[in-house]
Design a protein around this ligand. Structure first.
Ligand code: GDP
Length: 407
């Protein structure tokens, strides 16, 4: 039997990233999700979207339609972090599902097509994420495609979505010859050969351009961040360390959006993206407390009273899976939870950490985590679950303007 090192312990909360991937349909969200699972060792077989073997799109209806209809939550680990990947549909017909998943995630990667840049649906999902105050990193995908242009994509992000884009990479090679990126913070090259990434000095031919772009990044960050400005003035440069912490602050307050690039399809750019998720996006501890409808607040404290939000319910061969985001306290296998809406107290038969189409039983789930519970009969998406002796109904979500259906 496989043993889960986290089976009885909870993961350090500072290392948890509840992450969503937001994109226009076809931008490459499914492919990127697949590559993330591969890079983090969650899957060992690379699924391809076109042959219907991807891990997140495991619902047959999704395979048939080729679009992500049902959100799936997938846990993986990267460099001491647990990343709970909450799949969000990119198709405008499923705005409600996007809305529900936006409510439970703490940060997102917005994926753009390197040729098309910002597309209408990326714009509507971006606005929804704005309304929920979800900090974001941008990933300009498909850099291997003919006509892919990072600068043009960044210009469309700036012009149509209006964040301050902070580009932290310079592509190495273009289109078919896109082989890697220069990390502008560390001024090192990352070059992919097959699935392996090598860390190399910046190629001679790109050195001046990399230095110029690093300078632009320093100036842009100094303009927004006091510590970076102080260093820039005193030393006429900003260290990678200061840039990293400034970028983290600016991402979390939503003042700027870090931009990376790559090709999900060719498995290029995934590792630095995961590093950026770990470095810049917030953990549950970095977020303000959630509020109950009666003004009661709950912080991300595993020792506090249990409160969670159901964001998806799935009937599967394993039983009725109730996916929930725990905001405070801890639930135990065999314990009870209250649905304050109906007054029903139900028993938690099993707690599962969901790895797409596989499930791993765990004994507890604590504040900040995303798990699926077996044994609950009545909870629906949007239901609050809480400790029977500490009733609380989480505040209703921010209501987004529905996007226009294309049906
Ligand atoms: P989603 O609709 O956003 O989930 O997008 P998919 O992951 O299904 O990708 C849409 C299409 O774009 C598929 O045919 C992918 O193979 C293709 N694709 C995804 N990423 C890349 C990439 O980096 N480069 C190229 N050339 N094609 C890609």
């Amino acid at each position: 039997m496989r043993t889960d090192p986290n089976r009885t312990s909870t993961f350090p909360l500072t290392g948890v990233r509840n992450l969503g991937i937001l994109a226009h349909v076809d931008a490459g969200k499914t492919t990127l999700t697949e590559r993330i699972l591969y890079a983090t060792g969650t899957t060992h077989k690379r699924g391809e979207v076109h042959d219907g073997t991807t891990v997140t799109d495991f619902d047959p209806q999704e395979r048939d339609r080729g679009i992500t209809i049902f959100a799936a939550a997938v846990s993986c680990t990267w460099d001491g972090h647990r990343i709970n990947l909450i799949d969000t549909p990119g198709h405008v017909d499923f705005a409600d599902e996007v809305e529900r998943s936006l409510r439970v995630l703490d940060g997102a990667v917005a994926v753009f097509d390197g040729v098309a840049g910002v597309e209408p649906q990326s714009e509507s999902v971006w606005r929804q994420a704005d309304r929920h105050g979800v900090p974001r990193i941008a990933f300009v995908n498909k850099m291997d495609r003919a006509g892919a242009d990072l600068d043009a994509a960044v210009a469309s992000i700036r012009d149509r979505l209006h964040p301050v884009p902070l580009v932290v990479q310079l592509p190495i090679g273009a289109e078919d010859a896109f082989t890697g990126v220069v990390d502008l913070l560390r001024l090192r090259a990352l070059v992919w050969t097959g699935d392996d990434v090598e860390h190399l000095p910046v190629p001679e031919a790109l050195r001046d351009e990399a230095n110029r772009r690093r300078r632009l990044l320093e100036e842009a960050v100094a303009e927004l961040h006091p510590a970076a400005l102080e260093e820039f003035v005193a030393e006429s440069t900003v260290s990678a360390r200061t840039l990293t912490s400034a970028l983290r602050d600016l991402t979390r307050t939503g003042e700027a959006v870090v931009v990376l690039c790559g090709s999900a399809y060719r498995n290029r750019g995934v590792e630095p993206l995961l590093d950026a998720v770990a470095a810049y996006l917030p953990s549950p501890l970095d977020l303000p407390p959630v509020r109950g409808a009666d003004g009661d607040e709950r912080t991300a404290d595993p020792a506090g009273p249990f409160a969670a939000l159901v964001f998806k319910v799935n009937a599967t061969g394993t039983g009725r899976l109730t996916y929930l985001r725990v905001y405070s306290g801890t639930i135990h296998k065999g314990g009870t939870v209250l649905d304050p809406g109906t007054g029903r107290v139900e028993r938690v038969a099993r707690i599962l950490r969901v790895q797409a189409d596989r499930h791993e039983s765990v004994d507890v789930a604590a504040a900040g985590d995303i798990v699926a519970v077996v044994g609950l009969k009545s909870a629906r998406a949007g239901t609050t679950l809480c400790a029977p002796d500490a009733p609380l109904v989480l505040e209703p979500p921010v209501v987004a303007t529905p996007v226009v259906s294309v049906a």
